[in-house]
Design a protein around this ligand. Structure first.
Ligand SMILES: [Zn+2]
Length: 241
């Protein structure tokens, strides 16, 4: 059990370089053109300024490649590219926004004691939605096992988090942050919890297996199920982007 884990460090470590402290939170908009439609959205990153600059520039590169394949995207894309280029140049510390985004994740401004239940809500919500639908079987397993694991886990609160799952940071980034924050038992328990949710509907969909593998990689753990079920996957490096 690992409800509250004391952490010796004063600041969170950047999940990308694991060296410098987290200084800012950045929302990077993107547009992807499909043949007749387009997708627009944003991805949220927390990290040190240097890594966030790289993230914004990477998105400029990706948008330059794949952002053009529809008329609307072709109009929006140049605007976003220049916006992201601007962001890359002017990444500065954003303590307020960082505090808000950390709070959404259940993390206090300075690591000391943090709320594993909020993390469990967020990670479980992402796992439930991994295959694109909110299946009741998965939600109810998430709630039951969540309550067994964490005494303050509330099904209602979990369902609320589930309703804004799109606004949560990405699972791979949450896992990267948790690598430096959770102890080994907590990491293992978290992974087993997510695995149980994935299996709740009787099968682990491809998207769910992929998410479980990314979580294990970024937490730097090797769960047994993963070794047995996916010995074809030999990748061991972190998935940071
Ligand atoms: Zn960094």
């Amino acid at each position: 059990m690992a409800e509250l884990v004391p952490i010796p460090q004063k600041q969170y470590t950047c999940p990308y370089c694991h060296e410098r402290p987290i200084e800012a939170s950045l929302s990077i908009p993107y547009v992807r053109g499909l043949l007749i439609a387009y997708q627009i959205g944003y991805r949220r990153f927390m990290g040190c300024r240097s890594c966030l600059r790289k993230k914004a520039l990477q998105e400029v590169g990706v948008s330059g490649l794949v952002g053009w394949f529809s008329i609307t995207a072709a109009v929006v894309n140049p605007i976003l590219i220049s916006y992201n280029l601007g962001q890359a140049v002017f990444v500065r510390p954003t303590p307020k926004r960082l505090r808000r985004h950390l709070h959404q994740l259940g993390l206090p401004e300075h690591p000391g004691l943090f709320d594993l239940t909020a993390i469990a809500y967020a990670m479980a919500a992402k796992m439930v939605m991994a295959d694109g639908t909110a299946e009741e079987a998965e939600i109810s397993i998430a709630a039951t096992l969540g309550r067994d694991w964490l005494p303050d886990f509330e099904e209602n609160e979990f369902r609320q988090v589930l309703s804004y799952h799109r606004d949560l940071p990405e699972v791979k980034d949450m896992a990267l942050i948790l690598r430096d924050v959770l102890d080994e038992a907590g990491k293992e328990h978290l992974w087993q919890y997510l695995n149980a949710i994935a299996e709740a509907d009787g099968k682990r969909a491809f998207a769910e297996r992929k998410l479980l593998r990314i979580v294990a990689q970024n937490l730097k753990i090797k769960p047994k199920q993963l070794q047995n079920a996916q010995n074809t996957d030999s990748e061991t490096s972190s998935v940071a982007d």
